[in-house]
Design a protein around this ligand. Structure first.
Ligand code: HEC
Ligand code: HEC
Ligand code: HEC
Ligand code: HEC
Ligand code: HEC
Ligand code: HEC
Ligand code: HEC
Ligand code: HEC
Ligand code: HEC
Length: 422
């Protein structure tokens, strides 16, 4: 306190009197505008002390009519810094990182207060925050973890729905990566720092950022905005079921579900990973580098045989669909009408897609049901293409005979004319 006072005394002595007078004049000239000595003075402060009207007008709190005093306390009608920033006027002084959640929570955890502004806004952010790794470590004195302002920013804090907000779904991954991709900053924790790099290559990033599909997850969809996991999800690893319900349902009934749970293995993540989830392919069932089954199963055991069985069935249907496609394309390019078969090809592809979902039962007999349904259609379509070609050949022979007949007739006619002439 003494140090602070000395500083102010130096500051107030000569310059502050002049500055205060000037600012007061400026404020008076502003006529009806509300006086805000904090903003007026701090917009002219250097470096980290600078808060400009341009910046603060972007802040949701400013837009809702709150002022510097709402968070910092003090007297914003007074241009004397000693008075404006006096503890007597409620000024809180420098806000420590450790105090930030409490400060934000003083309003955001007060349902009666928040209701007067926006009844639909949740008021559990601080409670949730306490359950997260960030909150727990902060409580234990670690100030390197994320506090409210690290994710939300401060003084130009925007509502999440604003596209420029640091917590808008398309910007969240960047916000987290500021710390989580910084290997030096994270060194002491010994956890990976490749989450953002991995996520950037994933199907989810591709769907959300490249194709603008907001139903795909970003960091906070899986990890929760404030808590340790999103609402209704017991463990982060189980969040996949929120969106991939069919796969989760089948996996939930498989013997893997129980076996993985007993061994403490993270479900879907075992085969698909968590951050770098790539487009699955049949190769995942193979024995090559993309294969996932043989990490646990032994060649020749009954699980390996089940794997090989499923793979060969999938390959068979995939091949049959491609053959039928080829056969239909040939017929179409020969001008034959096969549109009905062409339409039903979609059903064969659907069966293959369904089989790739049913894989998650890990029971060859169940997968085979989908395969056989698809095989029936694909075989019929291949035959439709072939039949169309046979039909075309018949027509060609018919056409040939016709042409020969016409030719012969023309020759006959010519001979007849010749004979008449002579
Ligand atoms: C006439 C200028 C002036 C006015 C008016 C003023 N301040 Fe300050 N404020 C300063 C200066 C200069 C400092 C830096 C003091 C220091 O470094 O010791 C400061 C420091 C601060 C700090 C602490 C920053 C930190 O982390 O060390 C906060 C917070 C703050 N002011 C908020 C306010 C609020 C809120 C008001 C209005 C109620 C206000 N100020 C009014 C000039 C002013
Ligand atoms: C919604 C609450 C809120 C409002 C409104 C607000 N501040 Fe702050 N301010 C904070 C918090 C929290 C911090 C600490 C940020 C941190 O350390 O990350 C802070 C930090 C500061 C600092 C110190 C910056 C630093 O880096 O140490 C100054 C100066 C300051 N505020 C001035 C103002 C002024 C002037 C206004 C009004 C124009 C204002 N604040 C409005 C919450 C607020
Ligand atoms: C003095 C009370 C108060 C304090 C302190 C406060 N806020 Fe707010 N905050 C509000 C009010 C009021 C709103 C406007 C709610 C509305 O109308 O939607 C708001 C809005 C928000 C919103 C936008 C919500 C939305 O979706 O509309 C976010 C995010 C937010 N505050 C975060 C913070 C953070 C982070 C802090 C701490 C740095 C903080 N607030 C401190 C009162 C406060
Ligand atoms: C690790 C990052 C992170 C931290 C730390 C964090 N938030 Fe948030 N917050 C988010 C994200 C992300 C969203 C919004 C997402 C959305 O709705 O798309 C959000 C949304 C909000 C909202 C809008 C309403 C809601 O709940 O969706 C408020 C208010 C809010 N946060 C306040 C706080 C407060 C208060 C703290 C500190 C106790 C805090 N946040 C800490 C990331 C964070
Ligand atoms: C200000 C830096 C910072 C920001 C920003 C930040 N974090 Fe963290 N986070 C940390 C630190 C430090 C830890 C503690 C690491 C530990 O204990 O393993 C941590 C821990 C975590 C953990 C727990 C890791 C574990 O050990 O199991 C998760 C999950 C996490 N953060 C997710 C996020 C997400 C998601 C975001 C963005 C919305 C985010 N963090 C933003 C610094 C940050
Ligand atoms: C599709 C869901 C999902 C998304 C998106 C996601 N995570 Fe994760 N994350 C997980 C799962 C699952 C784990 C592992 C949890 C376990 O094994 O207990 C994890 C683990 C972590 C950990 C702990 C350390 C580690 O790597 O194992 C951190 C930190 C983390 N994630 C941060 C992030 C960040 C930052 C982002 C965004 C760039 C992100 N996550 C995106 C699901 C996700
Ligand atoms: C918030 C919803 C959501 C969550 C949570 C989620 N995903 Fe996804 N996932 C999607 C969306 C959306 C797509 C893109 C679908 C598309 O390409 O049309 C997708 C695509 C995929 C794909 C590529 C296959 C395909 O059909 O495109 C796989 C594999 C996948 N997710 C696995 C997972 C796993 C494993 C988890 C949990 C760690 C998970 N997902 C969590 C929504 C989610
Ligand atoms: C034991 C390994 C394994 C586990 C566990 C697993 N999967 Fe799969 N998953 C696969 C394989 C193999 C494929 C590839 C199928 C193909 O293309 O041949 C696949 C394909 C997928 C696909 C894309 C194909 C589709 O359309 O269905 C999604 C989405 C998916 N899995 C999600 C999940 C989810 C969600 C979970 C957890 C509930 C999960 N997986 C658990 C092995 C697994
Ligand atoms: C993380 C290790 C692990 C991976 C990866 C894995 N499994 Fe398993 N699998 C197990 C365990 C453990 C069991 C249960 C004990 C047993 O029957 O051997 C099991 C059981 C099975 C069963 C027996 C199911 C039953 O109901 O009888 C089949 C079939 C099977 N796995 C196939 C696969 C296929 C196919 C893959 C690849 C897509 C795969 N597994 C990947 C560990 C794994």
């Amino acid at each position: 306190m003494a140090i602070l006072h000395n500083k102010y005394r130096r500051f107030t002595a000569a310059r502050a009197a002049a500055l205060a007078g000037l600012l007061a004049l400026a404020a008076c000239l502003g006529y009806g505008q509300a006086v805000n000595s904090c903003l007026d003075c701090h917009s002219a402060q250097p470096g980290r002390l600078e808060v400009t009207p341009e910046k603060f007008s972007q802040d949701i709190h400013a837009q809702k009519g709150l002022t510097c005093v709402s968070c910092h306390g003090g007297d914003d009608s007074n241009y004397d810094p000693d008075q404006a920033m006096s503890r007597k006027a409620g000024w809180k002084g420098k806000i420590d990182r450790k105090q930030i959640p409490q400060l934000c929570g003083s309003c955001h955890s007060n349902p009666a207060y928040m209701r007067t502004y926006n009844p639909s806004l949740r008021t559990d952010q601080l409670d949730q925050y306490h359950t997260s790794m960030h909150g727990k470590r902060l409580a234990a004195g670690d100030t390197k973890v994320a506090v409210c302002t690290d994710c939300h920013s401060v003084h130009d804090l925007r509502a999440p729905s604003d596209l420029r907000s640091t917590v808008n779904p398309v910007n969240v991954a960047q916000t987290c990566s500021r710390c989580h991709s910084d290997a030096a900053y994270m060194k002491q924790y010994g956890i990976p720092t490749d989450q953002f790099a991995q996520y950037s290559t994933s199907v989810h990033h591709d769907a959300m950022v490249v194709r603008g599909d907001l139903s795909a997850p970003t960091c906070t969809t899986c990890h929760g905005n404030h808590g340790a996991a999103p609402p209704g999800v017991d463990k982060v690893q189980n969040v996949c079921a929120n969106c991939h319900a069919f796969q989760a349902q089948m996996y939930g009934k498989s013997s893997h579900f129980k076996a993985f749970q007993d061994k403490g293995l993270p479900g879907c993540v075992v085969c698909h990973s968590n951050h770098g989830i790539h487009m699955p392919s049949d190769a995942m069932l193979g024995t090559g580098p993309s294969g996932v089954c043989m990490k646990c199963h032994t060649p020749g055991d009954h699980c390996d045989r089940a794997r090989a069985d499923i793979l060969s069935n999938l390959t068979q249907l995939d091949g049959a669909i491609k053959q039928a496609d080829q056969s239909l394309r040939l017929a179409e390019s020969s001008g034959m009408e096969v549109s009905e078969a062409r339409l039903s090809q979609d059903q064969a592809v659907d069966s293959l897609t369904k089989a790739r979902v049913t894989i998650h039962t890990f029971q060859p007999a169940l997968v085979n049901e989908d395969i056989q349904a698809g095989m029936k259609i694909a075989s019929a379509n291949q035959k439709a293409g072939q039949d169309a070609m046979v039909e075309r050949n018949h027509r060609r022979i018919g056409l040939g005979i016709c042409l020969i007949a016409i030719g012969l007739m023309l020759v006959g006619l010519w001979l007849y004319i010749k004979k008449l002439e002579s």
